[in-house]
Design a protein around this ligand. Sequence first.
Ligand SMILES: C[S@@+](CC[C@H](N)C(=O)[O-])C[C@H]1O[C@@H](n2cnc3c(N)ncnc32)[C@H](O)[C@@H]1O
Length: 405
Amino acid sequence: MTRNSVGKMMGINDSPATSIDQTVDLELHDMAHGGRALGRHEGMVVFVPFGIPGERVLARIYHKHKRYAEAEIIDIITPSQDRVIPKCPYFGVCGGCHYQHIRYDRQLEIKRHIVESLLSRIGGFRDIKVLPTIPSPREYYYRNSARFLCGQQGDLGFTDWRSNSFIKVDTCPIMDEKINEVLQHIQGHGLPGENVRVRYSRQKDELVIWPKLSVDLETGQQFHTQVLLGREFRVSATSFFQVNTLQAENLIRIALDELEPLEGKTVVDAYCGVGTFTRFIAERAELTIGIEESPSATADFRYNMQGLKAKLIEGRAEKELGRLPNNIDRLLLDPPRTGCEPEALETILELAPEKIVYVSCDPATLARDLKVLCSTGAYRLKKVQPVDMFPQTFHIETIASLELL
Ligand SMILES: C[S@@+](CC[C@H](N)C(=O)[O-])C[C@H]1O[C@@H](n2cnc3c(N)ncnc32)[C@H](O)[C@@H]1O
């Protein structure tokens, strides 16, 4: 989406009365997708990071675009009752978290509201009531995976959200405690120019630290084993895996409920990764067909699906969906943030499965794709359920369920 289209969507005007370095008094009235609160000055929308809707703030304009401005809070005149003290010493500088200053139950409501408003504005779904966001079992220390950037001297850290420059970090309270422990050992030992990926399986107490480093810990492991609802998954260092293990179990439960009944059915799991959903579908359905393009994920999928009624098609979903037979009963979609390619959506409309469950990590592309699937009158949007996979950040995971009319 371009900046101008964001401006138009929000009903934003250009305002000569707003200028760089100006201090403005703002009532924050909403939260935009992307984690910034919204205020208005002289008719121009102002995006305010680390604000909370309902607050009145004094803010300094640091960017002015044609249709909107960006401002940083210099004083909070009326704080929200939902404002809390962030846990992380890097919060406000590090680009990883956006909501640590907001009480957790308010984060959940903000996410629900954003999904509903994007479905209405982008998707044209005016009457859809989005269900309350399912809270993460852990509000902090939930991530089973970290990707650290490496600075000049082998220091490990993340990015300053304003300047995009490297910042060294010695702790990260959204990563599993074990990943924080590992960081103590590997800090200062990164390889300049290379990211360091640390993944941890709490159930199996297994680590992947990639690439190989000169430290007093085993590094360079190719795989580790993650466990979801009692099933083991081999996951390679470079394969995608859901970052919030406990919440991924809820995601699977909801997706299965929406796909049921599965007995005797042919199901396609597009963008299947290492087989997270396929594994459970294949235990019930007649045949499950996964589609995945990543070579490491497809190798893991083959390993994980041994003995199950599951087939794999290696390739891009937008091409491979068109080669499927016409008897597909159910379709699960779990694409990357960019959503589904138009070609994939066209083919899905031709295949016309009775039920589609769309698992999305970006509600804007979800709304765009659901509009394509529903605007022809082929599908009805039955249920929309946000599931908080990423507490303390603006990222939103949503499951949408569609039925053929
Ligand atoms: C959000 S992940 C979901 C993976 C899996 N469903 C899971 O829950 O673990 C998206 C997956 O789609 C794969 N992918 C990305 N673009 C693709 C495309 N055009 N066609 C097929 N797979 C794709 C990625 O490699 C990744 O494994």
